[in-house]
Write a new protein. Structure first.
Length: 254
């Protein structure tokens, strides 16, 4: 066998090995391969080991894991004309690998833009109190709208959470004064309710004592006993005429 033939065989073997390695693909569990055969979309492959036709097939890797995306801070004017800066975080993943490649150029960038515009739109329709106190409802609304927009791309948005809300310093001071005034109002209401309940109890006690004069005398003696327990040098108290009236009548009759 001539040298040229040996070289040709070696070249053919090397090319065959290269083609074999190029045709073998191994994808992990969280990845899928979107295959284009001569430009035509084929069913996705993976995970595990699969074969393609070199040169004829082009494979695009698609990651199916959940992507965490920080939505940049957006300048928002609330419904009650309060400027605020709001940022959020979104969690999404690919559920249809073929659509994520065919229907949109970059599903990550597209989802990011949709999240930013939706954040400004939804929060601009809410007032400041709603934004600060009802985040759960706003989060659910944001998730619903963004997920509806990304569904044609094979992307599922699972969670959208508002992270921080920054408002002007002047508005913060006004809110602090409002909160302080609200606390004072509640304190006054609670004190007034306590006075009202105490007056009701005293009225009931007076009514009970008025029905039994002896109870008034017992209460009077109890009060004297309480005063006597304190360390006073001299205690002056009046004696009710009802206590000595029987003795006076006895002396007069005798």
């Amino acid at each position: 066998m001539s040298t040229g033939a040996i070289v040709a065989i070696v070249v053919v073997v090397i090319i065959a090995i290269i083609i074999l390695f190029a045709s073998i693909k191994v994808f992990p569990e969280y990845q899928r391969g979107v295959i284009f055969r001569l430009g035509r979309l084929m069913p996705p492959k993976g995970p595990g080991l699969f074969f393609i036709i070199p040169i004829v097939d082009r494979v695009v890797r698609v990651d199916l894991r959940t992507i965490t995306f920080d939505v940049p801070a957006q300048e928002v004017i609330t419904k009650d004309n309060v400027p605020a800066k709001v940022n959020a975080v979104a969690y999404f993943r690919v559920v249809d690998p073929s659509k994520s490649v065919v229907e949109v150029q970059s599903f990550v960038a597209a989802t990011s833009q949709i999240a930013q515009t939706t954040l400004r739109s939804v929060l601009g329709q809410s007032d400041l109190d709603h934004l600060l106190t009802e985040r759960d409802k706003l989060n659910a609304r944001l998730q619903e709208i963004i997920d509806e927009q990304t569904e044609p791309w094979g992307v599922k948005v699972s969670i959208v959470e508002i992270k921080d809300v920054e408002i002007p310093a002047g508005m913060q001071r006004a809110m602090a004064r409002q909160a302080e005034a609200e606390r004072e109002r509640r304190a006054k209401v609670i004190a007034a309710e306590g006075e009202y309940q105490a007056s009701e109890k005293l009225s009931q006690a007076a009514e009970v004592l008025s029905r039994n004069p002896a109870a008034i005398q017992l209460r009077y003696l109890q009060t004297l006993a309480e005063i006597a327990t304190e360390k006073n040098s001299t205690t002056v108290f009046p004696i009710p005429i009802d206590l000595i009236e029987p003795f006076l009548k006895k002396q007069l009759s005798s």
